[in-house]
Design a binder for this molecule. Structure first.
Ligand SMILES: [Fe+2]
Length: 193
């Protein structure tokens, strides 16, 4: 059984930056529902979930990815807010952090163990990718539709669709966390000899 404390231990640093306590609680609730529905009953097993099945993630797990993407998006948002003399749009940092922490929560339903210490796409994942399953749970627990937008539209499902500004920050941070590994896998990442 995965507990509220397990999730709070994993995401504590970022959860503490969400000022709205109801929002903070709902982020944890979504992770717990997704874990239950995905059949994950042990936080240690969840720490072994790779953040992507599309390339070798070199041991970077779903939790680490989620934290890195959220911090990356925060960096993008803060850079603009601190630098522009006039920000042309409002950035909601609570929304950004909550959306970042939840953008890939649907992967708990999309991925399952293959029985050989690896992971494969689940039946649920073939029916609905993680942006859809994650958005559905966020909607179910009553999170604001803007956070549903971040989850639903952070990936290719959101291409060309209306988005809150925080969705764009999460999308770009997500790509920045994924692309170097994809390049590495293809032998296209230039590194020092
Ligand atoms: Fe992601």
């Amino acid at each position: 059984m995965v507990s509220k404390e397990d999730i709070e231990n994993v995401f504590g640093e970022l959860l503490s930056k969400i000022s709205d306590s109801d929002l903070r609680e709902k982020v944890v609730e979504v992770w717990l529902i997704a874990a239950e529905r995905g059949g994950w009953n042990d936080i240690e097993k969840m720490k072994k979930i790779p953040f992507s099945l599309l390339t070798d993630t070199k041991g970077i797990n779903l939790f680490e990815h989620t934290i890195a993407v959220t911090k990356g998006a925060l960096g993008l948002a803060r850079a603009q807010e601190e630098t522009y003399s006039s920000l042309p749009y409002k950035i909601d940092f609570d929304r950004l952090i909550a959306g970042g922490l939840l953008h890939d929560v649907g992967k708990l339903l999309e991925v399952e163990p293959d029985g050989k210490r690896g992971h494969i796409k689940s039946h649920s994942g073939r029916c609905a990718r993680h942006p859809i399953s994650g958005a559905a749970i966020a909607y179910e627990v009553g999170l604001p539709m803007e956070i549903v937008n971040i989850i639903a539209c952070h990936s290719k499902e959101g291409e060309g669709r209306p988005q809150v500004v925080e969705t764009g920050f999460i999308h770009q941070a997500d790509f920045a966390a994924f692309n170097p590994l994809l390049m590495l896998g293809k032998g296209l990442l230039i590194q020092e000899e």
